[in-house]
Write a protein that binds this ligand. Structure first.
Ligand SMILES: [Zn+2]
Length: 79
């Protein structure tokens, strides 16, 4: 297969586009993952609003302040 200059230029442009896209995806994924990790650890009790961090992998967590069961994850906004 013969590679002409036009083919080469197209290849370089296409390659840099792919590189930029890959870099954007990787940095976004890393950022989202770091953010999600800190968010997943932070729990605000729905009863007493006591904020605490956990490293447990369970979905239901017990508030160390009042003992209420809390679901892990982002607090749901009402309204
Ligand atoms: Zn509580």
């Amino acid at each position: 297969m013969e590679l002409t200059l036009a083919d080469f230029v197209l290849l370089v442009i296409f390659g840099s586009c792919v590189l930029v896209l890959a870099f954007t995806l990787v940095s976004r994924t890393l950022h989202a993952r770091a953010e999600g990790r800190s968010l997943a650890r932070r729990v605000v009790c729905r009863l007493c609003l006591h904020a605490f961090e956990t490293r447990e992998n369970t979905e239901i967590l017990t508030c160390p302040s009042c003992g209420a069961a809390n679901e892990k994850g982002r607090p749901r906004r009402l309204g």
